[in-house]
Design a protein around this ligand. Structure first.
Ligand code: HEC
Length: 113
């Protein structure tokens, strides 16, 4: 084997190793995201679906259509859900902060964010 062949092979091996190392956390993050979305789906079904519908909307303007919620305003989402807005009950003390985060992730996944 030539020296050049050997060094190309070692570069290829090093690249494969670093790709595998970079891929593992990405897979772990995707699995974690999926678990959060699933927890959010369950909490949403339990606490929110009876007013907002299984698919984020009930076809009535009285109940905010969650498909239209601005994706860049998580702060407003958390505030509205925690404190309530007009006919919307406050969920503080009923829905845990991490469940509100998970519901946000679920709404994002349904809306394709
Ligand atoms: C008892 C019925 C009811 C339930 C249950 C309910 N909501 Fe609502 N929600 C409403 C109504 C009614 C509105 C519209 C309030 C308004 O603007 O007058 C609303 C509005 C909202 C809004 C928009 C607030 C804004 O900033 O404009 C969000 C976000 C929301 N709900 C999230 C949730 C989530 C998340 C849950 C579950 C934890 C939930 N809702 C459960 C009735 C409900």
């Amino acid at each position: 084997m030539t020296a050049r062949g050997a060094s190309l092979r070692s570069i290829a091996t090093a690249a494969a190793v670093s790709c595998a190392a970079a891929g593992a956390p990405a897979v772990a993050a995707a699995e974690r995201d999926a678990a959060v979305v699933e927890a959010g789906r369950r909490a949403y079904t339990q606490f929110c679906a009876r007013c907002h519908g299984l698919n984020l909307a009930v076809g009535s303007s009285a109940f905010y259509d969650l498909r239209t919620f601005p994706r860049d305003d998580k702060e407003r989402f958390v505030r509205s859900v925690t404190q309530g807005v007009r006919a919307m009950p406050a969920w503080e003390g009923i829905v845990k902060p991490e469940q509100i985060d998970a519901i946000w992730a679920y709404i994002g996944s349904v809306n394709g964010w």
